[in-house]
Design a protein around this ligand. Structure first.
Ligand code: AMP
Length: 287
């Protein structure tokens, strides 16, 4: 790639650069991340590169989306490695703001919150999480003046919430979802995977196996939510260090949770702690 990536740390500096780029008539693509980049993130950056004239990647561990007993302090970080990866994908800017630069009046003076959708599934076990996500993404959309913003289906509820937020607020940015990227053995790529012990790494495969088992049952004609959940649960519960937070079957567009009958298009979503590390995964259920 010929592009030289520049690092920007100040929100105002990013805003004035993207204003200039926009005035030149160029399209802007944004990829928000929390850093410690892996192939899942890079697939988003490559998609942004292919669709936009100017690509901004943000690398920000956002404090307002972590609960008091969550892993904000220990979330993995590696700025230099991230820079090299972003550069290799040809992005124009790596935005690494300080907390003070993104929250100039402190945290919590203004929130963006998507009601209902933000309180189910991950929102039920992580109160306030999606409010923090929606707030920081709004800031990033605003500062980057993005025409397109790219998010992974790995965080399927997040993607659904951000699409709803953009529609509700009349946001000019197109929110684009990209497929979930997995390791060769099926584990969903996640920055948190680095914290899995070798034993937990093996046990974590049960998430993918559980989803595949439910998907196979669906393809074989099962249309009962509890039975499908049981199939996934049976697989995950065989591993001793797993603690299921939720497994649900939902409408892939609205995330309406199904009990009993399930139509021919659905999605299974789950969150499981494996050896103390919280992982999420999901899989479409179709014929
Ligand atoms: P994060 O750094 O975990 O906040 O993720 C930043 C973006 O990368 C989000 O839009 C995620 O959905 C996306 N992402 C993370 N892991 C994956 C993956 N395995 N496949 C696709 N996208 C991903």
């Amino acid at each position: 790639m010929s592009n030289q990536t520049i690092i920007i740390r100040d929100a105002k500096e990013l805003a004035s650069l993207t204003k200039k780029i926009q005035h030149e008539g160029k399209s802007i693509g944004l990829v928000p991340t929390m850093g410690y980049l892996h192939e899942g993130h890079l697939s988003l950056i490559r998609a942004a590169r292919a669709k936009s004239d100017f690509v901004v990647v943000s690398d920000f561990v956002n404090p307002t989306q972590f609960g008091p007993n969550e892993d904000y302090a220990t979330y993995p970080r590696d700025e230099q490695a991230d820079f090299e990866k972003v550069q290799s994908c040809g992005a124009d800017v790596l935005f690494i703001p300080t907390v003070e630069s993104l929250y100039p009046n402190g945290q919590g003076s203004t929130w963006v919150e998507v009601q209902n959708l933000g309180n189910i599934l991950c929102g039920a076990t992580r109160p306030g999480h999606f409010r923090g996500v929606a707030t920081v993404v709004t800031k990033l959309l605003w500062l980057s003046r993005a025409d397109y913003a790219f998010f992974g289906e790995k965080d399927y509820q997040q993607l659904t919430i951000l699409k709803r937020m953009a529609a509700d607020l009349g946001c000019p940015t197109e929110i684009i979802g990209m497929p979930l990227v997995r390791e060769a053995d099926g584990l969903a790529l996640s920055s948190r995977n680095v914290r899995l012990s070798p034993e937990a790494r093996k046990q974590a495969l049960s998430l993918n196996h559980g989803l595949k088992r439910a998907s196979a049952a669906f393809k074989a004609g099962c249309r009962n939510a509890e039975k499908l959940i049981w199939e996934a649960q049976a697989e995950i519960a065989t591993e001793k260090d797993t603690e299921i937070q939720y497994i649900s079957v939902a409408n892939p567009d609205t995330l309406e949770i199904y009990n009993g009958d399930v139509p021919d298009q659905a999605i299974m979503l789950l969150a499981v702690k494996v050896g103390g590390v919280r992982l999420i995964d999901n899989m479409r259920l179709d014929k």
